[in-house]
Design a protein around this ligand. Sequence first.
Ligand SMILES: [Zn+2]
Length: 279
Amino acid sequence: MFEIREDRFRRREMADRLKIAFATAASGGLGLGAAWLAAGTTGATIYAGAAFYALFKERRISAKTREIYTNGSFLINQFEEVAENAGRMAEKVKIKPPPVFYSEHLMTPDNACTDGVNVIMGLNYAQNPTALETLTTLAHEIGHIKNRDSERNHILHAFELATYNSATVLLIGSFAAGPEEMRPILGFVWAMPVLGIGHHLLQKTVRKLQEFRADRLGVRISNCPLDMAMDLYNSPSTYPNSESCTLLQKFIRPHPPDSHRIKAIVQICKRVPDPVSGP
Ligand SMILES: [Zn+2]
């Protein structure tokens, strides 16, 4: 069974546009107004130029996503067992069954992700569609969909754009004020890295909580805590454990290390003596 659902891509594209519009209105409006107040028409014009460029870039990324979705490299619901499992688990948490895609565009063939509507799995999962590892990975992604993690990340992204735009306004304002008024430039110089690091830490904390929460929900709806732990243990992940990483690598990676997730899942096993007939 090989099916490409054109209507789904259209709906997804519309949803993407709405999110971009929201991010643009929140950050662009704030930035444009502040640029005009700080540096008059010139500031507002420079700002509008930068905003249009950013929007153009976003649109190109959106077009690229559409291309990936429609050029056939994604196979939707190719395996009946996987589609059935997805439907059954989605029903348990009362969400619409997510279409399952297989893609060669993920970081590794053992990766899987979700955009909040669809589940996208690496090609290794297509080789083993009935394996329990495939089931538990699917359960984890369904956990993300149920928890509305993609939506939360979009809001965080819009918030990030808004903070950067405000910092840019500081810089424009300082140029307009002239060379004798250097304070805003100095403010900009230290504000940017502080904002960047602060936002990264916020995102990292949120992502970490999201992963643990999706694991917990995944264990509940798949009833296979040990297989979920084994999948994390067996697949050559991009972030296996925290001991093998430098401090900088630990800081950069948004995901928690697999070893921490395995520990958390094992804790769930201890609370559920018989996972097969568990809750
Ligand atoms: Zn995840």
